[in-house]
Design a protein around this ligand. Structure first.
Ligand SMILES: C[S@@+](CC[C@H](N)C(=O)[O-])C[C@H]1O[C@@H](n2cnc3c(N)ncnc32)[C@H](O)[C@@H]1O
Length: 210
């Protein structure tokens, strides 16, 4: 198990994640607050009353609960691998329209087209086979559904080389900017939107109605 994965399975880290680690580390990496990222999520996923939302690699539910507040009688499901993270999710981010499931992003335990909105924030760089995980996101997305991702990208020049080396040693990947837009387009998604903030890229897209 690499350093990043061991960290995600540490109960002390899970306790600190939403309270301190996430706000600080993402602000340093992107210049954005968690409130700004949550707003981005709601906007990119174009949430509507009745939507079924899947939050992949949900950690302690810091997005899942927020998303559930925007779907009226719909619901949000968070899925994660880490038991300590899911324990925190149940304590810190429970709600009447929220549920949590333990599972692997590379083999989602859901039928094709089960969700109207699917997101994965701050996690694809931790997952072995991230392209398989992205393909799984698309598989469970219903026709007309929306997808949103935030993950790392490789900055230009020396910073890019340093982030590849340092990230690689700790078990974190960095992606080219065309990787996810290309993958989404190859799967037939449209309205592909990409923003770059500091060391992170934010990508949204829509699955066509059949
Ligand atoms: C940095 S947290 C992200 C939490 C939240 N999405 C956010 O943006 O703040 C990354 C999460 O990815 C989860 N994770 C890593 N690999 C996974 C996999 N293969 N399947 C499901 N979850 C995974 C970890 O357990 C961890 O909770």
């Amino acid at each position: 198990m690499n350093l990043a994965r061991r960290t995600m399975n540490n109960p002390a880290f899970a306790l600190l994640y939403e309270r301190a680690w996430r706000p600080t580390s993402f602000w340093l990496a992107t210049g954005r607050t968690m409130t700004a990222d949550r707003r981005y999520a709601v906007r990119a996923l174009r949430l509507r009353p009745g939507d079924r939302v899947l939050d992949i690699a949900c950690g302690p539910g810091n997005f899942t609960h927020h998303l559930s507040a925007h779907v009226g009688s719909g619901y949000a499901v968070g899925i994660d691998f880490s038991v300590p993270m899911l324990r925190r999710a149940v304590v810190d981010n429970a709600g009447s329209r929220v549920g949590y499931v333990r599972g692997d992003a590379r083999r989602l335990p859901f039928a094709d087209g089960s969700f109207d909105a699917v997101c994965c924030f701050g996690a694809l760089y931790l997952i072995p086979d991230p392209l398989l995980a992205a393909a799984e996101m698309i598989r469970v997305l219903a026709p007309g559904g929306r997808i949103a991702i935030s993950t790392s990208h490789t900055p230009e020049g020396v910073l890019g080389q340093v982030s590849r080396l340092v990230g690689g040693a700790g078990g974190l990947r960095v992606f080219d900017l065309d990787t996810f837009p290309k993958l989404l387009a190859e799967h037939g998604l449209t309205d592909i939107d990409q923003q770059v903030h500091g060391l992170m890229q934010y990508v949204g897209a829509t699955r066509a109605h059949e």
